[in-house]
Ligand binder design. Structure first.
Ligand SMILES: Cc1cc2nc3c(=O)[nH]c(=O)nc-3n(C[C@H](O)[C@H](O)[C@H](O)COP(=O)(O)OP(=O)(O)OC[C@H]3O[C@@H](n4cnc5c(N)ncnc54)[C@H](O)[C@@H]3O)c2cc1C
Length: 436
């Protein structure tokens, strides 16, 4: 008979890596298997830009908030690498993104025996296994994996605005693919970057430095790139208490809190990066050799892929004045989809298409996500499914797909898994004790 794991995890990015750590440190004898699309653990590989830094306090890592004595903390990683003193002497406010990515990979490699890399989950459904319902996950290669519980952590779906989604073209790609595309393509003469996010500004600067002869245009609807809200009062949204407060709040309050807190993480840019962009453009003008341009207050109304370039029809959102821009590449730094009924959201992660109807939704059609990140099956005998890293709309911005509360969320999910697996164990079968 095929093996059925206690827990099957889809995705082995920071969210499920933190869960693997929490499970190991709990000593709970769960049989766990993770499926990961990439061939090796790589955190945000498309955006490991030279000089870029992380956005979280480094101690908000894969373990510290849950267990500061864990061997999987960022500090212990530096210690084991023999870099602790040198690192602490760095004249940086936050660590380099590249170094944090190495830390994430280092932690992930401790769990190599639990992970199948190069394995893309394509479909999830329910089957009977050994007299009990279980999740079956099919993969791109045709393989099947079974689990008594599922933890879905594929990261959020990149948001591609409709006007671009209608004309798929490999010269138009999302920011998450940026460095992979740079490596695969000849140097461009013109690039347009869409959006006003941190990623947009980082990519504008990177393109300017990497291809000094290219014309690089940043295009966004707003008045201009905005400064991130880093007020310590706003940052309390990244406290664990806020997650519970938000989860209990009615939808109207959630919407209001989202509007107020949005600039702590979205459509806003760190001061150092913003100032570098402004100064770079100013200096290019001073030199009489401007290559970096910003087209603010501008919307893309049509996209016309042509043989030599992608042509964008654009319009000033206030004056209505129209124009066109031609580009070899169009980079969409347009963010990610949240779960929900709105036009920019998705009702559930696409992988859940075949099972989503089995779970309770609220009056607005939103999936009901419990405080422990478990979905509520309409039939209570059905196995549990947890969302890890996808729950900004139910748990708030502090729980966005970020590191800030990752290790605490992992612990909540671990406890939820353990409790629900125990409750669901069929008579005469004790899945959690199989390895003890
Ligand atoms: C450029 C960038 C920089 C960021 N920097 C920070 C930062 O400094 N600090 C911070 O707190 N947050 C940051 N974030 C937010 C980011 O979401 C989190 O850092 C973190 O990556 C979230 O982890 P995750 O595991 O939820 O998702 P991901 O990191 O996206 O990991 C999901 C994993 O699932 C895999 N996967 C997806 N689909 C499948 C499938 N069908 N089958 C198998 N595997 C699959 C993917 O390959 C991936 O490895 C950044 C985001 C971006 C885009």
């Amino acid at each position: 008979m095929r093996e059925c794991h206690d827990v099957l995890g889809i995705g082995f990015g920071p969210a499920n890596i933190a869960l693997a750590v929490a499970i190991e440190e709990s000593g709970e004898p769960l049989r766990v298997r993770f499926l990961e699309r990439q061939a090796a653990p790589v955190w945000q590989g498309g955006m490991l830009l030279d000089g870029s830094d992380i956005q979280n306090h480094p101690a908000r890592d894969l373990a510290t908030l849950r267990n500061p004595r864990s061997r999987y903390t960022f500090l212990n990683y530096l210690f084991e690498m023999g870099r602790l003193v040198q690192h602490l002497n760095l004249p940086l406010r936050f660590p380099l993104r590249k170094e944090y990515a190495q830390y994430v990979a280092w932690v992930a490699h401790h769990f190599d025996d639990q992970v199948e890399y190069g394995c893309t989950a394509t479909e999830i459904d329910l089957v009977q296994h050994d007299g009990a319902p279980a999740y079956r996950v099919r993969t791109e290669s045709g393989a099947e994996h079974l689990g008594r519980a599922l933890v879905l952590a594929p990261g959020r779906t990149p948001y591609v605005p409709d006007v671009f989604a209608r004309v798929p073209d490999d010269r138009i790609f999302h920011a998450t693919q940026y460095l992979y595309q740079v490596a695969a393509r000849p140097a461009p003469a013109a690039v347009v970057v869409i959006g006003g996010s941190q990623s947009a500004v980082e990519i504008l600067l990177d393109l300017g430095a990497r291809f000094p002869e290219a014309t690089v245009t940043g295009l966004q609807r707003s008045f201009g790139p905005r400064l991130k809200d880093t007020s310590p009062f706003s940052e309390e949204a990244f406290f664990p208490e806020f997650v519970d407060y938000y989860h209990r709040a009615p939808q109207a309050s959630k919407d209001r809190l989202d509007r107020e807190l949005r600039p702590t993480n979205y459509s806003s840019v760190d001061g150092d990066v913003l100032e570098r962009l402004y100064t770079t453009v100013y200096e290019q003008r001073l030199d009489g050799r401007q290559r970096l341009f910003l087209r603010n207050n501008t919307d893309v109304t049509a996209v016309e892929p042509e043989a030599g370039a992608v042509r964008l029809r654009v319009r000033d959102v206030h004056t209505g004045v129209t124009g066109t821009l031609a580009a070899d590449w169009v980079v969409l730094a347009t963010g990610f989809r949240d779960l929900g009924p709105g036009p920019l959201s998705e009702r559930w992660p696409p992988l859940l298409d075949k099972v989503a109807e089995r779970f309770h939704v609220d009056a607005t059609g939103r999936l009901l996500v419990g405080a422990d990140y478990g979905l509520a099956p309409r039939d209570e005998r059905e196995p549990v499914l947890f969302l890890n890293g996808l729950c900004e709309s139910s748990h708030g911005i502090g729980d966005a797909g970020s590191f800030s509360l990752l290790s605490l969320r992992a612990e909540k999910i671990r406890r939820g898994l353990t409790a629900r697996l125990r409750a669901a164990a069929p008579a005469g079968r004790r899945p959690l004790e199989a390895l003890s």
